[in-house]
Write a protein that binds this ligand. Structure first.
Ligand code: F6R
Length: 620
């Protein structure tokens, strides 16, 4: 949430900052701004709304500057307007600050600074940092020491970018709990909250660690801890090619990413499953050279008696499916918890628990905090992500990385299905090592997993039919999603996708829970989407659907092709190919993603960047 960038070197800073910000717009799009030093003068340009507004401003003003910092905002303190947009300046116009995170003691600091005569121009917590650094700078004119003294006064978790007019050859970066990467070029250096943003210029990356300050010039970087002691660390070389951000002919990134899912599954399965059916979760054994892998030994795996999954949002829904899979195959208890709900509570994990954090971005503050807390309590830890270079990738020795590539659209689609497949692989791996399933069952599971991408392609080929069927319900104000067992999380995910993309209110329920209260909201104006796939809970789910139908609700099913019982009972059927119930979450979510996309697109919503959201939720 909020993205920080910086540049110093021979190029014009503004276009470089803009291109870095473009890669970070997923972190927030309430406003954007830059601070550059032009002819020795610190100039701030900022604008509420999307990055394109700042781009228009910079195209008009064309600042001639070789150094600058920039920011894209997801509002926390203060409404999203020009005034609250970053960068924020001190009263002397000497210092500009961009910020990601929250300064928890900002009110006390603000009162103190106002009493000392400092004038505030915004409602943000960030502005206190500009004034604090300025106050310190007035004492000895040493900018590094001033920053170090100022950060000692800040509570909370944050990252900062700072420029000072009196030191036009330097930018400063401060990291306290967050990700900040310096990209090292030739006589030029880059700064960004996400290494992906500097990867377009260089593959030499120096990541700031917890409580570090970087002093960056065009020719080098010096790192200091918060005590001012210099820290020496070498840059790492980033593997692979820079991410290409391209819609590949699709109208939206979201639609492109929905269509990528079969490919993502094939790549992820191909990475961890050999042709002979051997499953190796430690990716470094597979010939490539990643520095990550799932490294728990067989003895350690045999020693665990519980799995605890922590995640937020869509990743939490993937975790819910993970619980079903692990309990079914491994036969040990598995809990799944919303990571933010762990705060302020006693986390009951220990040396025989495996805690698994699931996160697309690998940066979600609550998820990271939950995993760190589990680690403190002696639990084994693991992560599931598509970003091995993320914070999550750094704090656990056991990482399962899905082959998703970057997800540009703010709403998660391909990363959800990729997280699911990682859970299938993890559950099979744990079950095999613990001899909880027979080799034949393990073989069958792997073979069936391999058939899923082709089944997904059959669903995607019906995009147009799904669109037409979905648009019949585009005028709804409230939609209810129900499912049981493995498809209860699908119902939650379907409801979340519809809400966030189309802004139509939607709720997901365990189908059996409907009669315990939610059924009261049903009438002819509330469509009910029911996920009903042959298997252990098929009949019971149909009964719950009947109960909804009896309240005059319009009934939509996600069901297997040719299901006559379903065809009789439902007004609309979004069909999927026949599939074993155990694997059905990998398919049932696809028509729901397409449904949400179609409705949102039809209603003219901002599909790739829905209002109020950010893709990387780095505040708690
Ligand atoms: C919904 C969505 C969010 C994320 C949640 C966790 O489409 O994307 O609910 O799933 O913010 O984010 P990560 O997976 O990055 O931890």
């Amino acid at each position: 949430m909020c993205g920080i960038v910086g540049y110093l070197g021979p190029l014009e800073a503004a276009p470089v900052l803009l291109s870095e910000l473009r890669c970070l717009e997923y972190r927030g799009y309430d406003s954007a701004g830059v601070a550059v030093i032009e002819d020795g003068q610190l100039v701030v340009m900022k604008s509420a709304g999307k990055l394109s507004n700042l781009e228009t401003l910079l195209t008009k003003t064309k600042p001639a500057a070789k150094v600058g910092i920039g920011h894209t905002r997801w509002a926390t303190h203060g409404v999203p307007n020009d005034q609250n947009a970053h960068p924020h300046m001190d009263n002397t116009g000497n210092i500009a600050v961009v910020h990601n995170g929250i300064i928890e003691n900002h009110e006390d600091l603000r009162n103190e600074l106002e009493a000392a005569g400092y004038h505030f121009n915004s409602d943000t917590d960030t502005e206190v940092v500009a004034h604090l650094v300025s106050q310190e700078y007035a004492k000895d004119k040493d900018i590094l020491k001033s920053i170090l003294r100022a950060v000692k006064r800040l509570d909370g978790i944050y990252a900062l970018g700072i420029v000072c007019q009196a030191h036009p050859d330097k930018i400063y970066a401060v990291n306290h709990h967050y990700s900040l990467s310096v990209g090292l070029g030739k006589h030029e250096n880059f700064l960004a909250s996400d290494s992906m943003a500097v990867r377009q210029y260089t593959n030499q990356i120096l990541k700031l660690e917890m409580s570090e300050v970087a002093e960056i010039t065009a020719d080098g970087v010096r790192l200091f801890d918060f005590e001012g002691t210099e820290v020496h660390r070498k840059a790492a070389t980033m593997d692979g090619s820079p991410y290409v951000i391209d819609k590949a002919g699709f109208k939206h990134f979201l639609l492109k990413e929905i269509h990528e899912q079969p490919h993502v599954l094939r790549r992820t399965l191909g990475k961890y499953l050999s042709h002979s059916g051997r499953l190796t979760l430690d990716a470094s054994h597979n010939g490539d050279v990643p520095s990550y892998g799932f490294r728990m030994t067989d003895t350690e795996i045999k020693g665990i008696d519980r799995v605890h999954i922590v995640a937020c949002g869509t990743a939490y829904h993937a975790g819910m499916v993970g619980k079903y899979l692990i309990e079914e195959l491994v036969g040990i208890p598995c809990d799944v918890e919303i990571a933010s709900e762990i705060r302020g509570r006693k986390l009951l994990v220990n040396e025989s628990t495996l805690t698994v954090a699931v996160s697309q971005s690998g940066e979600t503050a609550d998820t990271i905090a939950a995993l760190q807390e589990a680690k403190k309590r002696g639990s084994f830890t693991a992560g599931i992500t598509n970003r091995p270079d993320s914070h999550l990738g750094q704090i656990t020795p056991n990482l399962i990385v899905s082959e998703c590539g970057l997800e540009v659209s703010v709403a998660a689609t391909k990363t959800y299905v990729a997280q699911l497949v990682c859970f299938y692989l993890l559950a099979i791996h744990l079950a095999e090592v613990r001899n909880a399933i027979t080799p034949e069952r393990a073989r069958q599971l792997k073979v069936t997993l391999g058939t899923i991408p082709a089944l997904q392609e059959q669903i995607l080929a019906k995009e147009q039919d799904i669109r037409e069927a979905s648009l019949k319900y585009a005028d709804a104000h409230d939609v209810v999603f129900i499912g049981r067992g493995l498809n209860y999380p699908t119902a939650l995910e379907g409801a979340l996708k519809l809400k966030e993309l189309s802004y139509i209110h939607a709720s997901g329920y365990a189908a059996g829970e409907l009669k315990h209260g939610p059924i009261a909201v049903l009438d002819a104006s509330v469509p009910v989407v029911c996920i009903v796939v042959p298997g252990a809970v098929y009949e019971k789910t149909l009964s719950n659907a009947q109960e909804a139908r009896a309240r005059a609700a319009k009934m939509i099913a996600v069901a297997v092709e040719g299901d006559e019982q379903v065809a009789k009972m439902f007004d609309t059927v979004l069909s999927i190919p026949a599939v074993d119930e155990f694997f059905s979450p990998l398919l049932t979510v696809l028509p729901l993603q397409l449904m949400s996309y179609s409705v949102a697109d039809y209603l003219g919503k901002d599909v790739d960047q829905p209002r109020n959201l950010a893709k990387s939720v780095t505040v708690e």
